[in-house]
Design a protein around this ligand. Structure first.
Ligand code: RNT
Ligand code: ZN
Length: 418
């Protein structure tokens, strides 16, 4: 079916496909740099294990080992994804020159100058994350440590990251979402659940006392339910993170990662709940399988549901900051990046192609029979033709036309990295 015919099918349900396409082109979605190198970064021993309860599995060949390799891989991704991407960096991806090295409490904007130039040349904004894991100073706690030296070190890291985020926002002319997440917690039953949380709260207070312009730097607090090796207790639990954000609405926003809740909870339902109180929220879109496994995002039911809530709650008008967060080392990493990004774009386009106003009227009128019928019919409309047109208008390959390019890149570039 052609785009024109598909467009008419949607129009019959009151949907303007042209408008949906134009809208999606302008929605920033953050592309996580850490899919390219299994969350290792450049500032610590590349062979040391990850800590903080996160884990990558697999050893597919071709992992980016240097800033140049990572940038080259990101360029390959950018060639293949439609939409308006934004970069998302972790502090551990600092780029040091001429043998210089700085520990995380000493990081400066200059260590991200090359990334800023990379973004500027490609017209991208940039989000940022302090890296409170995979470092010798994790004892294993960071911001919640009872050891004052440890805690100070990580507070200084957080403050340095506020300054770097302000720099990125100013250099690139787009707000920088700066996400605070720590893997602080315990493997087994703790004796004191409150002390670490009080210290974590005071540490965030101190980090956010560093001056910043809240219209440019948007600190977030990300919660988590548990991690590998920290199964029994997570300091930054859902209640902790959400309460912190609620009591400090003038300084930060809550961030929900859809891998960080109990398996029957859904972030799609939490989006409108939070938007009833917070002017802005942030999301990490991932795919959990039984736990926070960070699998590649698919075009599956919950991703569609998350996208629908973002769209119909007015989230695209700057109220929902959208980022990808997953890492798979068992398949071609670039394909993982591209597949997940394209799927999130698909979910957003699918959501924009829902007759949300009409459906809402059915709900408010109590026409639940019709609501079910129409919602089911919408699932089999010729979405693929609108998606192809969206890709073409973004000047990006349609489905069926990009995987060969990844195979070419794997052969020419990745296979040489051994
Ligand atoms: C970990 C959190 C966190 C990280 C990134 C690398 O469970 O989701 O957001 O994935 O910061
Ligand atoms: Zn996350």
């Amino acid at each position: 079916m052609s785009f024109t015919e598909a467009k008419e099918k949607f129009a019959a349900y009151g949907v303007d496909a042209e408008q949906a396409i134009e809208r999606l082109k302008t929605v920033p979605v953050s592309l996580h740099c850490w899919q390219g190198d299994d969350v290792r970064g450049f500032d610590t021993d590349p062979n040391a294990p990850l800590t903080g309860g996160i884990q990558t599995t697999g050893n597919y060949p071709g992992r980016a080992r240097t800033p140049e390799e990572l940038m080259s891989d990101i360029d390959e991704v950018l060639r293949l994804i439609p939409g308006k991407p934004k970069m998302n960096l972790h502090a551990s991806y600092a780029i040091f020159e001429d043998g210089e090295w700085a520990d995380r409490d000493q990081l400066e904007p200059k260590h991200f100058a090359k990334w800023a130039a990379f973004c500027k040349e490609r017209g991208l904004g940039c989000d940022f994350n302090p890296t409170f894991f995979s470092h010798p100073k994790c004892d294993p706690l960071t911001l919640s440590s009872p050891n004052e030296d440890t805690r100070r070190f990580w507070i200084e890291h957080g403050k340095a990251c506020i300054r770097i985020s302000q720099y990125l926002a100013e250099e690139l002319g787009e707000p920088c979402v700066m996400n605070i997440w720590t893997g602080d917690g315990f493997k087994d039953i703790p004796a004191d659940r409150m002390g670490p949380r009080e210290r974590y709260r005071r540490s965030i207070d101190e980090i956010l006392s560093e001056p910043y312009d809240f219209t440019k730097v948007k600190p977030c607090i990300e919660s988590k339910v548990f991690g590998i090796g920290v199964e029994a207790y997570t300091v930054g639990s859902a209640e902790f993170a959400l309460s912190y954000a609620a009591f400090n609405r003038d300084k930060c926003i809550p961030l929900m990662d859809n891998g960080h809740y109990h398996p029957t909870e859904v972030v799609s339902d939490k989006i409108p709940a939070l938007l009833a109180f917070f002017p802005e929220i942030a999301l990490h879109v991932t795919r959990p399988i039984r736990w926070d496994s960070d699998h590649v995002v698919l075009f599956d039911d919950e991703t569609k549901e998350i996208a629908k809530e973002i769209v119909r709650c007015g989230g695209l008008a700057g109220r929902v900051n959208i980022a990808l967060d997953y890492f798979d080392a068992s398949i071609n990493r670039i394909s993982a990046w591209v597949t997940g990004s394209r799927n999130l774009q698909k979910a957003l386009l699918f959501a924009l192609l829902q007759p949300s106003t009409e459906l809402k009227v059915m709900q408010d009128n109590g026409s639940f029979t019709e609501l079910m019928v129409v919602q089911e019919e919408l699932k089999t409309l010729p979405f693929g033709d609108i998606w192809d047109e969206y890709c073409r208008r973004c000047d990006k390959p349609v489905d069926g036309e990009w995987f060969n390019e990844i195979k070419r890149y794997e052969h020419n570039v990745l296979e040489a990295r051994t």
